[in-house]
Design a protein around this ligand. Sequence first.
Ligand SMILES: Cc1ncc(COP(=O)(O)O)c(C=O)c1O
Length: 408
Amino acid sequence: MKPMGPIPPEFAGQQGMLTIGGRAADDLVAEAGSPCFVYDPAIVAARVARFRAALPGVDLHYAMKANPFPPLLAAIAPLVDGIDVASAGELALALTAKPAASISFAGPGKRDAELEAAITAGATLNVESANEARRALAIGDRLGRTPRLAVRVNPDLELKGSGMKMGGRPSPFGIDAEQAAEAVRLIVAGGADWRGFHIFAGSQALDVAAIIETQAATLALAARLAEEAGAAPPLVNLGGGFGVPYFAGDVALDVERIGAALAEGLATRAAILADARFAIELGRWLVAEAGVYLTRVVDRKESRGETFLVVDGGLHHQLAASGNFGTVVRRNYPLAVVGRMGEAASEEVSVVGCLCTPLDRLGDRVALPPAAPGDVIAIFLAGAYGVTASPAAFLGHPLAAELMVGLS
Ligand SMILES: Cc1ncc(COP(=O)(O)O)c(C=O)c1O
């Protein structure tokens, strides 16, 4: 038997039929079809409320790459101060939900058409290189528009313990800290509206001390770069990286401790940052636990001592749960049999998807109550990096349905 991650608190204590936003999981599958992703915006709203209480005065941006499902985005947009996008496609969607002035666009390799779309709309471009800054300035000139440009910094620090490190090394993301001040001067001299710094050091961190240390170092770096550039940034995006407990042994983040430490750092910040606003940019921490992937068992078979529940979904919808989206060692996400919540596990099974690859394993030798063909399996933590981060076209199976339950 191999352990599973913890079922999110909103679902953990349930008995009998799993409910999501007050609705029975089997009804949701009957409505949407199997497999489907179901999202509960009330869980997102609770995360936002917790952030607001723990980090008062700090702006909250939603990194919509985590989940761009339009109804969910529409529910989140009024709750946050900004939306961070990573493509012209995301920009177009974000503009349906939030004014351009609160949208920022980060990502390497922005094409001219993407720069133009952002400048025309009035969104902020987080420039990833001096070249990109020059191209944006030239496009602004051509359009007769003043581009809103922030400098994305490749920091000389990394977020320790994070699942994905994005600083402290050579990188396609951001301008090396050593050259960031020069980029600010270029932007200001070019007549753009300089919006400040974007400093993103990593993602999926569950180590509170490491997050606190990184935020303090990021604040100090922003002050140093502003001094060097001789310009006060209107906004410092301190990155994010708040992780969620996917696996056995993972413990949810103590964001109140993070907020207390950041408040201290902000209270004693350098004079050049006195008038700056500060933002934290979060994706999965806001939405991962709000989503459940539901997939029906098609077959049950024994093979050389192992029991397999073969489901109609798989890694083509929920790649991350199969361990093939940025994890080094495959571990089990939390799973349940939807009609048997709270029942003691009585057997060891492997839950596998319908793709003909051994990679398509959604639960590896997990302990579950008994399940048979027709039963529905829930895979939790499916609200982030599911549908849009999975190879949906692989093998030509149908797409997963997506459904948002009402705000309860
Ligand atoms: C620049 C940037 N912002 C935000 C995120 C979202 O990270 P997470 O969903 O872990 O909060 C990422 C993740 O790759 C990122 O690269």
